[in-house]
Design a protein around this ligand. Sequence first.
Ligand SMILES: [Zn+2]
Length: 224
Amino acid sequence: MKEYSCPDCRTIIAHDDMNIKEGVGVCSRCGKISKLIDLVEEFDSADYSRLLYEKPPRGIKLVRDKMNPMGDVTLTYHRINPAVLFLIPFTAIWSGFSMFGIYIGPFLKDGKIPLEQALMGIPFVIGTIILLISVFSMLFGKKILTLSNGKGTYAFKVFGIGRTKHFELNRSTRIENSETNYQVNHNTLPQITITNGSKRVNMFAGLRYDAMDYIIALLRSVAR
Ligand SMILES: [Zn+2]
């Protein structure tokens, strides 16, 4: 069973000194009466900050200001999705054949491309662009979380380009794992959701569970 300690003097509160029905525990040393729910939260956050002294899971890079350990923190998450091993040859073949067959081949042969054919090829151009963006974001995309006093930002960036989301981070912020609308092999991909009142920010869609635990721990350790 987990042990809970007095928030004032750190003495372990014996099970006999807890009144589950009333939801309180009394410290045998200093006599402080605490709500059990506060003791549980105290325990969890201590547990989380301990996790942060361990080496981060693969794919996570954590940069803290050495001069000010309580100051800004930047976390970068980058893991190459194995699906890219399928997507690269698929893109090469699909885009290669369509672009060569519709545009490059005729252009090399006749020096021009018939208008009808150029128009007919537009869906293939769009498909090629989407495939290339997917491949590049899988290879070079970075998820970046920055946390400073009471505020945070999250961005998914490819070569420095991407949208940044802003959120508040304080004691009343809810930080939890949730589910995206995406599925892979009938498994719903997870994400992290930050809720402040009615404002929700979703982040890190599809991350691995070890990374998720670590990032939630970091967020919770800063949100206080
Ligand atoms: Zn005490």
